[in-house]
Design a protein around this ligand. Structure first.
Ligand code: AMP
Ligand code: ZN
Length: 114
C-alpha cells in the first residue's frame, strides 16, 4: 500500500534493523524502544488493524505469533517472561495503521497496562 511506513519497510524501501525475514513475515527493532527488547512483527501484506482480519488470515496470524515465540527465545527473554500486544485504533494506542505485534522484554511489566 502506498504511503504505508511498514509496507515500505517490508519492501526494503526504508531501512530498519531487521531481525527476521520470511516469505510472509518480517520483524524489526522498534525505532523508539519501550523495553530493552522491543521488536515489531508484521505481515508483509497490508492489513490496517485487528478489525480488518478475515478468516483467510488465520494461518498468517498463527505464523506471526510463532515468530514472536521464536524471537523471544532468540533474544533470551523466554524464561523470564515478556509482553506481546496488538494496539487497535486510537483508544488502543495504534499509531501505525499496518497491523503489528509488539514483542517487549528485558524488564518487568505492570498490569493493567496504561
Ligand atoms: P503502535 O503505536 O502500536 O501503532 O506502534 C507503532 C510503533 O512503531 C511504535 O512503537 C513506534 O515507535 C514504531 N515505529 C514507528 N516508525 C518506525 C520505524 N520507521 N521503524 C521502526 N519502528 C517504528
Ligand atoms: Zn502497510
Amino acid at each position: 500500500m502506498k504511503n504505508c511506513l511498514f509496507c515500505k519497510i517490508a519492501a526494503g524501501e526504508l531501512t530498519s534493523k531487521i531481525v527476521y525475514d520470511s516469505e510472509n513475515i518480517i520483524a524489526f527493532h522498534d525505532i523508539n524502544p519501550q523495553a530493552p527488547v522491543h521488536i515489531l512483527i508484521i505481515p508483509k501484506i497490508h492489513i490496517s488493524t485487528l478489525n480488518d482480519l478475515k478468516p483467510e488470515h488465520k494461518k498468517l496470524m498463527g505464523e506471526l505469533i510463532l515468530v514472536a515465540k521464536k524471537l523471544a527465545q532468540k533474544e533470551g527473554i523466554s524464561d523470564a517472561g515478556y509482553r506481546t500486544g496488538f494496539n487497535c485504533n486510537e483508544a488502543g494506542g495504534q499509531t501505525v495503521y499496518h497491523i503489528h505485534l509488539h514483542l517487549l522484554g528485558g524488564r518487568d511489566f505492570g498490569w493493567p497496562p496504561g
